[in-house]
Design a protein around this ligand. Structure first.
Ligand code: C2O
Ligand code: CU
Ligand code: CU
Length: 445
């Protein structure tokens, strides 16, 4: 097979974590945050963090309705937390900065899965440490299945035609280490590296069947915003956003994905010859390769209708709440404030629906369009975008979102219902901004 060159690395597929509870409606998992090492560059050993292994973590896979408990053991030698990003659970199980797990202790959250099929993820959330912990490798996927999505004829053989892609950019120093000492530029722009890894491998290839293949893309980078496309310009379909499937597949030729956002894509390889390949690129730069095997697999057509997304009725919102992102470097703020663990910024009523108006003031000087884009993330719920600067969102954003990229000078209105009680965070998901204090707390009761 001449598309696979010598020395090319196969894409690692994160394993699905074993459910230790035999009851089909219950699930129990064990995660151990631990130190590890990897040989990303030949002959150089990189010190890493991982869950149940050296780097990244296994996939937690559950069904809607499951009662889930997770034992999270911390063997890092320093405190951490674990947050279920995008999951709708109470604040005490959400794993934010108040749920510190001290070294050599175990945290055991329990929750019921109430939301629809989705590609979520988990990562640490310790105050001022999130960026470093994620950067060193602490992140994994959290997949939810439900009956409605199982009825759809979508590619669903995990690792074969349903393939997770965790994309992260890294900077390896001359010793092959993940250097996490931030320059002023890193604080300002977020840490961006020149090496893109997918599932922990540099420039990997993956063999795909001759057919339609589903990819679950997570931008697991600290800061980088990608613009994904195929090297031959081929179109693909987006079928899912952060919090679940879209109403219908959206045809696209490129996809912008900011830190923490997810997208489910379908790429059609049925016209390829055996051994033919195509690359996945970021702003035109290839970073991984799909090599088509001879095998035919999966559905012939993708469904034209996926799931129902409720019609948004703005009038049921109890209020509009404003979030203004501004500043730069260490002075990034939301509503003029930086994170204070002892201050609750917003009080919400349980089961209320609210409109959140999120704006990006840029640098707050020299006019509006200076500055940088910030991906705004709210915990504990999923949002629907009402409008961007008064215009309806693009078709591929008309689904559930928990992370919303807001350009300098832009104002986005999103609506959500808050059905879980407790203390939650909202923040910029550029992790260096979050760690600098671009975060606030809301309490639902
Ligand atoms: Cu993905 Cu508050 O985090
Ligand atoms: Cu989150
Ligand atoms: Cu930011």
């Amino acid at each position: 097979n001449d598309s696979i060159a010598e020395g090319d690395k196969p894409l690692p597929i994160p394993p699905i974590l074993e459910d230790e509870n035999p009851d089909p409606d219950k699930a129990e998992f064990t995660l151990v945050a631990q130190k590890g090492s990897m040989e990303f560059l030949e002959g150089k050993v990189t010190d890493t963090f991982g869950y149940n292994g050296d780097y990244l973590g296994p996939v937690i896979r559950v069904k809607k309705g499951d009662d889930v408990s997770v034992k999270v053991r911390n063997e890092l030698g320093e405190a951490t937390t674990i947050h279920w990003h995008g999951l709708e659970v109470d604040g005490e199980d959400d794993g934010g900065p108040h749920s510190g797990i001290q070294p050599d202790t175990t945290w055991k959250p329990e929750f019921t899965i109430e939301q629809n099929a989705a590609t979520l993820w988990y990562h640490p959330h310790l105050l001022h440490k999130t960026g470093e912990h994620v950067y060193k490798g602490l992140a994994g996927l959290f997949l939810i299945d439900d009956q409605e999505s199982e009825k759809l004829d979508l590619p669903d053989e995990y690792g074969l035609n349903d393939i997770p892609l965790i994309v992260q950019d890294k900077q390896l120093d001359e010793n092959g280490q993940f250097a996490y000492d931030l320059s002023m530029h890193d604080v300002m722009m977020g840490l961006q590296g020149d090496t893109i890894m997918v599932n922990g491998a540099i420039n990997p290839y993956v063999e795909v069947p001759k057919g339609k293949v589903r990819f679950r893309l997570l931008n697991g980078s600290n800061a980088r915003i990608y613009q994904f496309a195929l090297s031959n310009g081929q179109e693909f379909y987006q079928i899912g956003t952060d919090g679940g499937l879209l109403e219908e597949p959206v045809k696209m030729d490129s996809l912008v994905l900011s830190s923490a956002e997810r997208a489910e894509l379908i790429i059609d390889f049925s016209e390829y010859e055996k051994g033919e390949s195509v690359e996945l690129t970021d702003q035109g730069m290839p970073f991984m390769k799909f090599v088509v095997s001879g095998e035919e697999k999966g559905p012939k057509e993708i469904p034209s209708q996926l799931v129902d997304i409720p019609e948004v009725d703005e009038s049921i919102a109890s209020r509009t709440r404003e979030f203004v992102m501004s500043g730069m470097g260490r002075n990034v703020t939301i509503n003029g404030k930086q994170m204070d663990m002892d201050r609750i910024d917003e009080q919400l009523k349980l089961h209320d629906t609210e409109i959140w108006e999120i704006s990006n003031e840029g640098m707050g000087m020299m006019g509006n369009n200076m500055g940088m884009a910030h991906p705004f993330h709210g915990h504990g719920t999923q949002f629907l975008i009402l409008d961007r600067d008064g215009n309806p969102p693009p078709a591929n954003e008309r689904g559930w979102k928990d992370t919303i990229l807001v350009e300098p000078g832009e104002k986005v209105r999103a609506i959500a219902t808050f059905d879980h009680k407790g203390l939650f965070m909202y923040h910029c998901h550029i992790l260096e901004h979050e760690d600098a204090g671009m975060m606030g707390q809301f309490n639902v009761e």
